[in-house]
Design a protein around this ligand. Structure first.
Ligand SMILES: Cc1cc2nc3c(=O)[nH]c(=O)nc-3n(C[C@H](O)[C@H](O)[C@H](O)COP(=O)(O)O)c2cc1C
Length: 178
């Protein structure tokens, strides 16, 4: 299926739906240039500094964290519901010891504006360049979030990716209902 350029802002709802139903997939490159997909359940898509921004939260324990530090960019991919098995693999296995692209049968799709590739099998791909990152501050959390999400520390680093280019399958909206 051919992919066409679209406006990320038109797909807020699709991104949120993906996050709530098995997750979206971010891809970054490791030091050797190997692309590594990781499932995210938390993320934000909006406007910051007058730019379209995709914010992802990555714990330091993830291999993806070291990849993002090396690459400084990532793609954010919305998988179709039928890719739920692959989303689970990308959310439970680490790129430290697994080639998740091969394991999932994914095909890397070269990006135009950044180094990290997209996942050809996913319906929508945002090419994101990190324009800001910051570590979440433990003292600034509401107690209920500290209890529910940080019993073991491992506080996320927030990566703000400017969405430089977005492509989607021509029939994405029909195949991915929100
Ligand atoms: C549905 C789902 C959502 C997840 N969301 C996040 C997330 O938003 N941030 C994060 O750091 N880890 C998240 N994880 C955990 C990582 O995807 C998981 O630890 C993964 O194996 C890390 O891969 P890596 O070591 O190759 O980076 C999620 C896992 C699942 C299954």
């Amino acid at each position: 299926m051919a992919k066409v350029e679209v406006n990320a802002i038109d797909y807020f709802g699709h991104f949120a739906t993906a996050l709530q139903n098995g997750g979206a997939l971010i891809v970054s490159l490791d030091e050797s240039g190997k692309p590594n997909p990781m499932t995210i359940g938390w993320g934000l898509l909006g406007i910051g500094w007058g730019l379209p921004v995709c914010l992802v939260l990555v714990r330091p324990s993830r291999y993806t964290y070291s990849c993002l530090e090396v690459t400084g960019d990532f793609t954010c991919n919305i998988p179709y519901p039928e890719l739920s098995r692959q989303a689970l693999i990308c959310g439970t296995r680490s790129g430290r010891d697994t080639d998740k692209f091969a394991e999932c049968g994914f095909t890397p799709l070269p990006s135009v504006t950044i180094n990290s590739p997209g996942i050809a099998q996913c319906g929508l791909i945002m090419e994101c360049k990190v324009v800001q990152k910051n570590d979440l501050v433990p003292e600034h959390f509401a107690p209920k979030i500290l209890e529910s999400s940080y019993a073991n520390g491992d506080f996320h680093r927030a990566y703000y990716g400017e969405v430089l280019r977005t492509v989607a399958d021509e029939d994405f909206a029909e195949r991915f209902s929100i």
